[in-house]
Ligand binder design. Structure first.
Ligand SMILES: *Cc1c(COP(=O)(O)O)cnc(C)c1O
Length: 391
């Protein structure tokens, strides 16, 4: 059996009959940048996320960059972020000549540990940018409390988390001053190229973001701010307008797959439950933890990735590869160990949780179209690996 980490051709088959005419109509109109499809998408994403405004941009990275530009982040400023995330989270801060301040992760959710943030705040701290990693929201009550107490804006990196909910039912992006989404093809809602979105409830900020995405311009050739070309293509918006209605179904299928993985890991005696977080004889595999799971909240975790932890991660990965099972390591090197950040890190600070995650975490295939047989094959093969390594 072959189980790729992700196979987007299966999703494409589901939407082909709708998406092909939608793209064709854009091509025939030759109205290629921003425009009606983009406006429709902005309205729908704002409504779905429970916010007033959504501003479509060219990528998730550009969403983060434009958000930081909109609040004037620059030279000498500090932005607090997790050390364990995709590079864009740190890259956008450094590109504006500000300093990213790295915080260790919570061992259960893999998200920024909110209890380490206050001690990192200085008079230079201009934003806190939590990341809802792998599709699970951060501890937003604690984060909003800190942001309020110190009057520091929260900007949510919700690139992997569109639609995921907190315990008060609110969705990612609706908590901070701004929330940023990515429509990169591997995200739960992906377009046919690059795309992103910024959401906010603030009227003035929404206006400013619209200008920033188009060189700070309004009307034509009158520039209020230094912006950039962060515009979204009409074709990408048309694709997303077809896909958005399927998102709840895809979230549900990802969650169903995660649930089946959990059950099977327990059945094969590789894990005891979904709460244990220490390796031992009964827990060779540490399962992901959905901490806000409850009967009232539907999208408590949208499983953009299903992440297990195993001690001999690299050996397991090699074994799975030899059995045609695709995996990935998100992320092998936390920011505090990246070569490009060695000049700015505090050498006295340690990040034990992020280091442990970098050494042991492994992403298994979780996309909606996986079959039960494929998931069984993955868990069975992992059981085989542990059985063989005992001999
Ligand atoms: C994907 C991602 C981004 C960047 O989004 P792009 O659309 O690829 O630019 C930023 N942050 C996180 C956490 C991501 O996963």
């Amino acid at each position: 059996m072959n189980v790729p980490l992700l196979d987007l051709t299966l999703q494409y088959k589901q939407i082909k009959d709708e998406v092909e005419p939608a793209i064709l109509s854009i091509i025939r109109s030759q109205k290629l940048i921003l425009g009606k499809e983009v406006e429709i998408l902005e309205e729908r994403i704002a409504e779905y996320s429970g916010v007033k405004y959504a501003i479509a941009v060219s990528s998730g990275t550009d969403a983060l960059l434009a958000a930081l530009m909109a609040i004037g982040i620059g030279n000498g400023d500090e932005v607090i972020i997790p050390t364990y995330s995709f590079f864009a989270t740190a890259g956008v801060v450094a590109r504006l000549n500000a300093t990213p301040i790295f915080i260790d992760s919570d061992p259960l959710t893999f998200n920024i540990d909110p209890y380490q943030i206050e001690q990192a705040i200085t008079h230079r701290t201009k934003a806190i940018m939590p990341v809802h990693l792998f599709g699970q929201i951060c501890e937003m009550d604690k984060l909003t409390e800190i942001a309020k107490k110190y009057s520091i804006p929260l900007i949510e990196d919700a690139a992997q988390a569109i639609g995921c909910q907190f315990k008060d039912n609110r969705r990612a992006g609706a908590f901070g001053l701004m929330g940023c989404f990515s429509f990169y093809p591997t995200k739960n809602l992906g377009c046919f190229g690059d795309g992103g979105m910024i959401v906010t409830n603030e009227d003035e900020l929404a206006k400013k973001l619209k200008q920033i995405r188009n060189h700070g311009m309004e009307p034509k050739y009158y520039h209020h701010h230094i912006g950039g070309n962060f515009r979204l293509d009409a074709i990408q918006a048309a694709v997303l307008n077809v896909k958005l209605k399927y998102l709840p179904e895809w979230h549900r299928k990802r969650r169903k797959n995660a649930h089946l993985y959990n059950q099977l890991f327990i059945k094969f005696a590789l894990a005891e439950d979904t709460t244990t977080n220490e390796f031992n004889e009964k827990n060779k595999v540490l399962l992901p933890k959905a901490v806000y799971k409850s009967s009232e909240i539907i999208d408590y975790h949208i499983y953009n990735q299903y992440i297990i932890q195993v001690e001999k991660r690299d050996e397991l990965r090699q074994y799975l590869n030899s059995k045609n099972i695709g995996t990935e390591i998100y992320y092998p090197v936390p920011f505090h160990r990246q070569p490009c950040f060695q000049a700015i890190i505090d050498k006295n600070k340690t990040y034990p949780v992020a280091d442990k995650l970098a050494a042991h975490s492994l992403a298994l295939p979780i996309f909606p179209e996986l079959t039960e047989e494929q998931i069984e094959y993955v868990v069975q093969t992992i059981a085989e690996f542990f059985y063989n390594s005992k001999k």
